[in-house]
Write a new protein. Structure first.
Length: 287
């Protein structure tokens, strides 16, 4: 129930303006950093029900990695484990070579893991520019500096406008957020997430509920902002996944049933049967 914007209320200041190659949490020297994120035997049980079952996932740095699976596969629970809103029953989470399994949500967010697109959580009666500026406020030491006089925050406007340009919202800067079309609100959420300077972006159903035009626009925005970042996304739209994901992991009943490039995974009989109920067909979006 949290997005990147929500996390600014829970996240210590200090990442804004720091060069991306400076890591406040140096990786342990005996672990590989080729993979920005690894889970090892990650498991979550709820009173005997296994929602996430012994998941070994590796997300390569700089990739767009899609996590897919039918409803009830455990994708949202898995994301909740990564962002520390759930505690694993067993297993570990390693980020940049550091075991972060026991860390609190704020610590995880400060490392640069930011989750977005679960729900629309921008401020509806603030302008588009003000929403992005609010996300930038975190660096000042408190999330509520945006209630101070306008002139004291003017220096943040330039960066906010840069972020709006990055997600093609420059022409909407002074528009009240409540008046934005749904797809543009999603783009605004992307801008507020980028304001937190994520190293790893967790996108939860970024195109859910969109028409074709908005799906295409947001898909291209995700591809655009992935430069210099890593993205792990849950997405049901196979056309989106096939067009931008470097690697796919498929969950069913909490366990991984396939992992690899889309062209390979989409032809896997176990994956096709999980989605279509039969292996004698082709997964939508396969190419």
């Amino acid at each position: 129930m949290f997005t990147g914007l929500c996390l600014l209320l829970h996240t210590p200041p200090g990442r804004l303006g720091r060069p991306r190659d400076v890591n406040p949490y140096p990786p342990e020297s005996n672990l590989s950093v080729e993979f920005i994120l690894e889970t090892r035997g990650l498991t979550k049980e709820f009173k005997g029900f296994v929602a996430v079952n012994n998941v070994d996932l590796k997300v390569q740095r700089g990739h767009i990695h899609a996590l897919i699976g039918p409803n009830g596969a455990g994708k949202t629970t898995f994301f909740n484990l990564l962002t520390k809103f759930l505690t694993p029953t067993r297993g570990s989470i390693v980020y940049n070579g550091n075991d972060i399994t026991a860390e609190k949500p704020a610590q995880t967010a400060r490392r640069g893991i930011v989750r977005s697109f679960q729900i629309s959580a921008v401020f509806p009666h603030m302008t588009v520019l003000e929403n992005v500026r609010a996300a930038l406020q975190r660096n000042l030491g408190t999330s509520f500096h945006f209630w101070k006089p306008e002139d004291s925050l003017f220096h943040l406007h330039a960066r906010a406008r840069e972020l709006l340009a990055e997600v093609d919202l420059s022409g909407f800067a002074d528009e009240l957020t409540v008046n934005l079309p749904y797809g543009r609100k999603r783009a605004l959420e992307l801008a507020t997430t980028l304001a937190l300077e994520p190293e790893l972006m967790l996108l939860d159903e970024p195109t859910q509920g969109m028409g074709h035009e908005d799906v295409d626009r947001v898909t291209q925005l995700i591809k655009k902002v992935s430069a210099g970042r890593t993205i792990l996304m849950v997405e049901h739209n196979m056309n989106v996944v096939s067009s931008i994901a470097d690697r796919i992991t498929v969950l069913q009943r909490g366990a991984i049933i396939a992992d690899g490039p889309y062209g390979e995974v989409s032809k896997n009989p176990l994956v096709i049967e999980a989605y279509m109920g039969t292996a004698n067909t082709e997964l939508q979006g396969a190419h």
